[in-house]
Design a protein around this ligand. Structure first.
Ligand code: NAD
Length: 475
């Protein structure tokens, strides 16, 4: 068994009361690691360490160049230890190693490089005033950042929060999801090796409600809370943060619409639509889990899409050839499998797919569901897609906007004007036209409606992780 402690004030430590829990490999369905189980007291210990590093330590006072050097060294170490990091996430949550090694770990390193460079190179505003005054904006680090991460992209999501927070001079307490503690601990070990001063990046493990997670959201010593997870958790965190008026950035759930128009390049649309909903076994907030296909191509698209879904390789996530691993835990498998029953009980049909071996669900295509059915409205977070026909562009937009979520949408068409028109009409944080998941880290990222509050990325991250201050001088 591997062992992962908290990382507090530069030391890897046990919980104050010695409590531990086990992380279970969802492929073998056996525990593979013992992890320190953080209590509210452990979270407070980590906040204290971060507070001290912020108030008395060098990090907030270092130049962007000096901080950037440390963050680039950390990115180098992430790349040098990519095998260990990829295996950690794959073992914790069952994501195929081709995806953790091929995408998540390189992207985590890139997040550190990007925010190191962005913070150094982004100018601040000056406002020369004709009446003999001069104003400028100073971006002061906010203080201690609580970063609360989900299990579906463990290292990648952690780095998306930690990198900008650190680049702008904050200190951090990271709480990874209880299902995926390993890579966050390894990251904190590597950060110390890279030269990050003790207490600047702390990691505390454990659960959310009435535990370490909640304690982070209730602390008056925390200056910012950045959270990614379920919309219902986002509501609980917002309520807790309100007591101290702590600013929150919430990246929440989704039920992405993918609209395929009759004039789309079908091979291209099928390829992206498959990736949009089945990669990471559909455990992606951005998943294109509602597939709206124009009626004149519906049958042909469905046939090609189903054939591609059936061809995906299921199996051991540590095998390089595997494209679909198990779901992340027994609890999550039961939730996703339950939605297959909910779909058929409401009169829909599983065109292909269904429950697989162990905690697996095969790529599942649901047809005959209604727009208002639970399977069409609720986030399933598994390899399950509802395919629905539509007639007009207006019908597609209405249906796409008709859920409480608004994280993202995709559309496939060769008509450029229509792509712009539909992109404008969709009430979401990101629209991908003729592609999916492509990111420019300067662009805003976040959700509309119940999919989030605020945006991160580039200057949006700067706004959140700093206290922008106006300085006005008489000259
Ligand atoms: P979750 O909300 O169950 O847990 C996320 C984190 O919050 C975990 O670390 C958990 O321990 C912690 N937590 C739970 N309750 C808490 C509380 N009361 N106070 C403080 N912390 C608490 O989410 P999950 O199941 O880990 O992740 C899946 C969800 O994340 C899906 O809804 C998915 O759409 C969403 N997600 C969104 C994005 C995005 O960018 N919008 C990205 C990835 C995942």
């Amino acid at each position: 068994m591997e062992s992962f402690g908290h990382v507090i004030a530069g030391e890897e430590v046990a919980s104050a009361d010695g409590a531990t829990f086990e992380s279970v490999d969802p492929w073998t369905r056996a525990p593979w690691a013992t992890v320190a189980l953080g209590s509210a007291d452990d979270a407070r210990r980590a906040i204290q360490a971060a507070r001290q590093a912020f108030d008395d330590g060098p990090w907030p006072r270092m130049s962007f160049v000096e901080r950037g050097e440390v963050l680039h060294r950390l990115a180098d170490l992430i790349v040098a230890n990519a095998g260990e990091l990829a295996l950690a996430d794959t073992t914790d949550m069952g994501k195929p190693i081709s995806q953790t090694a091929g995408h998540d770990v390189p992207r985590a390193a890139r997040n550190f490089r990007f925010f190191a460079d962005h913070s150094r190179l982004t100018p601040a505003e000056t406002f020369p005033m004709p009446d003999g005054h001069h104003a400028y904006t100073q971006y002061d680090p906010a203080g201690v950042v609580a970063a609360i991460a989900p299990w579906n992209f463990p290292l990648m999501m952690a780095s998306w929060k930690v990198a900008p927070a650190l680049a702008w001079g904050n200190t951090v307490v990271l709480k990874p999801a209880e299902q995926t503690p390993a890579s966050a601990t390894i990251l904190a070990r590597l950060a110390l090796e890279a030269g990050l001063p003790p207490g600047v990046l702390n990691v505390v493990h454990g659960y959310g409600p009435n535990a370490a997670g909640q304690a982070l959201t209730e602390s008056p010593d925390v200056a910012r809370i950045t959270f990614t997870g379920e919309s219902s958790t986002g509501r609980a965190i917002s309520r807790a943060a309100a007591a101290n008026l702590t600013p929150v950035s919430l990246e929440l759930g989704g039920k992405g619409a993918n609209i395929v128009f009759g004039d789309a390049d079908l091979d291209h649309a099928v390829r992206w639509a498959i990736q949009a909903v089945f990669s990471n076994s559909g455990q992606v907030c951005l998943a294109g889990s509602r597939l709206y296909v124009q009626r004149d191509i519906f049958d042909e698209f469905l046939a090609r899409f189903t054939a591609a879904a059936d061809a995906l390789v299921l199996g051991d996530p540590k095998d390089r050839a595997t494209e679909i691993g198990p779901l992340s835990s027994r609890e999550h498998f039961e939730k996703v499998a339950g939605y297959l029953d909910i779909a058929t009980a409401a009169g829909a049909r599983l065109h292909t797919g269904g429950v697989g071996d162990g905690w697996s669900v095969r790529p599942t295509v649901v047809v005959g569901a209604g727009q208002r059915d639970r399977v069409t409205q609720e986030e399933i977070f598994g390899p399950v897609v509802v395919v629905l026909p539509f007639d007009t562009e207006a019908d597609a937009v209405t249906a796409a906007n008709d859920t409480p979520y608004g994280l993202n949408a995709m559309l496939f068409t060769q008509d450029l004007s229509r792509a712009h028109r539909v992109a404008r009409a969709l009430r979401v944080g990101t629209v991908w036209a003729n592609c999916f998941f492509v990111r420019d880290l300067r662009a805003p990222f976040g959700g509309a409606k119940h999919s989030g509050v605020g945006r991160e990325g580039g200057t949006y991250s700067r706004e959140f992780f700093t206290e922008p201050k106006a300085v006005v001088m008489e000259i």
